[in-house]
Structure formats: C-alpha cells, structure tokens
Design a binder for this molecule. Structure first.
Ligand code: F6R
Length: 366
C-alpha cells in the first residue's frame, strides 16, 4: 500500500504535486483570472464586514496559519492574528462581532482546535474551517469549510496536508483581495498563473532527493540543527525544524535570522548544521549578513535559495536550489527539501519514521 516507497511519509512527500493540483482544481476560473470558492457562497457584503481574522490551529497546521496571515494581510489588508489553539481557548481573546475565526486542522478532530471553534461559535462568530477530512467534527461544526484535497495522510508527520493548507490559504487570500479590490486584476491573474505552475515546480524540487539524502546523513551525526529565515522564510523554518525534531529526535530550533545575536549565536559552534532559507528578495542582504555571522563561528551552512542565485553559493558551504516562484509562494518550494531532510535524517538514525515515539496522528485529548 506504500506504492513502492519505503515509508508513508516518503510516499506522501511525493504526492504533493498531485495534492496541490487537486486542491486548486475547480477553484479558479478557466481563463485563470479569478479564484472561485463556491463552497463558501459568501456575499460581497459579508466579506466587507470582516474586520479581523483569528487563525487558530496546532503544530504544523499552526505553521501553515502563519503563512496564511502573511498572505491575507498582504492581499486583503485585513489584520490577522494566529494562535496555537491550546493557548487561544483559555485566553479570553478579544473578539469583535465581525471577527472571522479560521480553524485549520488536517484531521478535523484535534481537541484544542475543536474547543476553540466551539468557543467562537458560542460567541456567535462565524467560523471557517480548513480541513482535510470531509465529515470530521471540525468540518461538521464550522459555518463554512474549505477542504484540502491532500487525500488520506497516514504518516504521523504532516507533509502534504501542510502544503495543501498553504494552497487553500493562498486561494482564500486572493479571493478576499479580489473581492475587496485590494489587489488589481492583473495581480490576481499573475497569482493564479503562478499557483497553477507550482505542481510542476514541485516535481522539479523533488528531483534533488539524492542530494538531500547525502546532506541529511552528514547532519544526522549532529545533535543539533538550526533553521534560519526572515519573513515568510522564518515561518517555513519553524515547520522545517518541527519536522526535523519530530522524526529524527535531533534537537532543532528555528530562529528569525535577525534574532540570532540576541542569544542563539552562543550555541553556534564549529560545524553545527545551519539551514538558511533565503527567498525573500527584500530581505536578501540582511539574510546574507546573518549567514556571515554564523559562518564566522564555523557553522556548516546549507543555503536553500532560488535557482540562479550565484551570490549565495559564495557565502555558504552547500546550496540547494529551488525553482523561482513569487516570493510569497516560496513556502511551497522550500518545504519539500526540508521534509526530505527530516525524512532522511530519521532514516539515517534508524527511527520509526511513520510512527515517531510518543506521538499520535490525531490528538483528540488535551
Ligand atoms: C506535525 C504534526 C502535528 C499536527 C497537529 C495538528 O508533523 O502532524 O503537529 O499538525 O497535531 O493536527 P491537525 O492538523 O490534524 O489538527
């Protein structure tokens, strides 16, 4: 049933181009000029009333939510807060009548996320669920649902669910922006075209698996790894570090690159692996100078950057290139190498990749 793959996780990583295609399917007009989310059936008035959005989720889904915040704020100019469900549900958050609550859950059964949804409904707020499971508790209880068509995810570590959550959030952000006219029509067309090009580009990214395996083997002898990024790259770094520690059991930390000198730099020593994500053009020089800081302490730096970036190669020990897309969609390109890095580090350490110790696929208790 693993279709020739050694583990479900590996299979699910390779299913991502198809999963992205399926999640996009039917959600853009044939001429590629508009996003259609007919499952929402929202009126323009309803959308105009939304004055704030709270995104609530756990783990990997929370990390997708962070990228969603960046997308929605950029395209629709609606303020977004993102919070871990186990915190949000006990915090008495300030929720206006027109605050939209977005819960994200692959399984649709995560206890804390479901509780946050119920609290919001009790307050009378509209709840939109982004979930992978049709008929799950979250899907049944939310006012509106966007299904991510990732297909069943069996491995405990979430991979294709994350990628499709990102796609759903991008679609939602464009949908809001096109309705509120916070983005021009030609920008909508560009976004849609780029979204449709992602599956093909993801296929290309996956071809670097042999290189990543070799790097992961070298990294797996180390007891630490640091994932650095700025802006959206930092949000992907968080997900990369979670995946890495979750299945390889190696201590991993994600850091906003500019925060390094506020403490973490003390931990950067000779040869410690640093994974630097460098795709956000306006932050490029800043990121490069952070890479120089860790190189000066003899870290071993793997840079992940856009194909064609020759500058980066001069500053790092090893580069992995990913096909260029809009800076905004970079997470879709960056996550596959990070998933593979975690996967091969776990394999190198002889771990049970699909069933990491102490973890369950669906966390239905607090
Ligand atoms: C990590 C992972 C978890 C889940 C989290 C939320 O790889 O899979 O962090 O993302 O338990 O689960 P869902 O999305 O089902 O609510």
């Amino acid at each position: 049933e693993k279709g020739g793959y050694a583990h479900y996780m590996q299979k699910e990583i390779y299913e991502q181009p198809k999963a992205v295609r399926d999640t996009l399917s039917g959600r853009v007009t044939e001429d590629g000029t508009r996003v259609v989310l007919s499952e929402l059936g929202w009126t323009e008035d309803l959308i105009k009333q939304i004055d704030r959005i709270h995104i609530v989720a756990c783990g990997t889904s929370y990390h997708a939510g962070l990228v969603g915040k960046a997308a929605i704020e950029k395209l629709a100019r609606i303020p977004v807060d993102v919070e871990v469900a186990s915190e949000y549900r006990y915090r008495d958050p300030i929720v206006s009548r027109n605050t939209l609550i977005v819960v994200i859950s692959q399984s649709g059964e995560t206890a804390d996320t479901l509780a946050a949804l119920r609290n919001a409904k009790a307050l009378g707020n509209r709840v939109l669920a982004i979930t992978n499971v049709v008929g799950s508790s979250v899907a049944r209880e939310a006012d509106d649902v966007i299904i991510t068509w990732a297909g069943p995810e069996i491995s405990v570590a979430s991979t294709k669910a994350y990628t499709t959550q990102l796609v759903a959030l991008y679609l939602f952000a464009i949908y809001l922006g096109q309705t509120l006219q916070t983005i021009a029509q030609d920008a909508v067309t560009t976004y849609v075209r780029e979204l449709q090009a992602l599956p093909q580009k993801l296929d290309e990214v996956l071809q670097s698996a042999p290189q990543i395996e070799e790097i992961a083997r070298a990294f797996a002898v180390w007891d630490d790894a640091f994932f650095l990024g700025r802006g959206i790259d930092y949000y992907v770094a968080l997900e990369g570090a979670l995946k890495y520690k979750e299945i390889s059991y190696i201590h991993a930390e994600a850091y906003p690159a500019g925060e390094l000198k506020h403490g973490t730099l003390a931990l950067i020593v000779d040869h410690v692996p640093v994974i630097a994500l460098v795709t956000q053009d306006e932050l490029y020089e800043k990121s490069l100078s952070n890479i120089k800081e860790v190189k000066a302490r003899d870290a071993y730096v793997l840079g992940i950057a856009w194909a064609g970036d020759e500058e980066i190669a001069k500053s790092v020990d090893r580069v992995l290139y990913v096909p260029r897309t809009l800076p905004f969609f970079a997470p879709i390109m960056l996550i596959a190498p990070l998933q593979l890095l975690a996967y091969y580090a776990s394999v190198a350490r002889g771990n049970d990749v699909d069933k990491p110790r102490n973890l369950a696929k669906s966390v239905t208790v607090e």
